[in-house]
Design a binder for this molecule. Sequence first.
Ligand code: UD1
Length: 387
Amino acid sequence: MGSMESGSGPVLCIVGARPNYMKMAPLIRAFGSRTDLPPIQLIHTGQHYDPLMNDQLFRDLQLPAPDVNLEVGSGTHAVQTAEIMRRFEPVVDAQRPSCVVVVGDVNSTIACGLVAVKKGVPVAHVEAGLRSHDRSMPEEINRVLTDQISDVLYTTERAARDNLVREGIAADRIHFVGNLMIDSLLAHRPRAVPAVESIRRGGIAETELRGWERFAVVTLHRPSNVDDRDTLAALIGTLVEASERLPLVLPLHPRTRANIERFGLTSELADRRILLLQPQGYLEMLGLMSAAVVVLTDSGGIQEETTALGVPCLTLRENTERPITIDQGTNTLVGIDRRAILRELDGVLTNGGKRGRVPEFWEGRAGERIAAHLAGWLSDRVTQPAH
Ligand code: UD1
């Protein structure tokens, strides 16, 4: 057994995969602007490692280079999670951190949270309490378990508290702070790369650009949508039909690109009004989403970003862990049925789609709120030890 006492060392901030970076960047900035917090160390697990999935986003978001990179890479869920834990443990032993901060719902989130809590190091979870209520989704398992072992839980929307309290989490651990992802969006929107530049760079000739003034952005990477051949083939068939209505810009996640090739579906997408792109930078993605007529996606973060941007979003899933984007925002849950997707798309093209409003505390100050709270919480722990 390791030490059961947290140390007085740095706050370790964990990132692993692409959607973590836009949440951690404003938090690191907010932590850095306070003098009443211990020093910060940025730990990268290496879950995502491709330059386009990783380095580009670090640059765009002005994230500092990680202090430690665990370089775990890809693997099955068990292997990846175990390997992160194995490599993170010595870091915790050496640093004796005051606290470990994890964000979101990726394998790195649960792996590092679990290592910390078993060593008596407090865990703060940012984006706590979101629930799709779908346990076949790997992220749902990560969310439920991370929340159970966290000492401080920061939420992005008020409904998250109800989910947590229902699962037995003490209400005084839960703090509604707003959405860090929207802190990043608001900070970087002025520097967004115009969509036309990304479309041109993607290979659309100057003479054809006029046909790309109105377009939809599509992203797909959920295992449930892209790992099964029939499901992916049907979705691609639907996208081909959708592209007869307006051109589609489709940045491909490595998982999706690999499966399209493995299933022999590449030719289905060729010579269509579907522009396949490499994973885009953050500033490119902001530009593309802002200018899109509509976004079709199975991502979690993009449902929130489109709500903040006021762009209609059709979510190609049966459920969402981010219900506020439906109740208040521009999101519509459509599923993956061909007729449903085309019907909703036609609706948007006819009437402009859902308008929505920007939810409470999605105004760019979530990082400040978390930093202020955590500073107070850590100093209370020092003066009045919990145990
Ligand atoms: C992970 C997260 C998911 C998040 C997504 C964003 C989990 C359980 N899932 O899914 O919540 O929405 O990141 O992208 O943590 N690969 C590369 N290069 C990379 C990273 C991955 O080629 O830099 C390929 C590998 O072949 C790998 C596959 O993509 O097997 C999946 O990567 P992995 O990190 O396991 O999960 P994601 O699908 O990216």
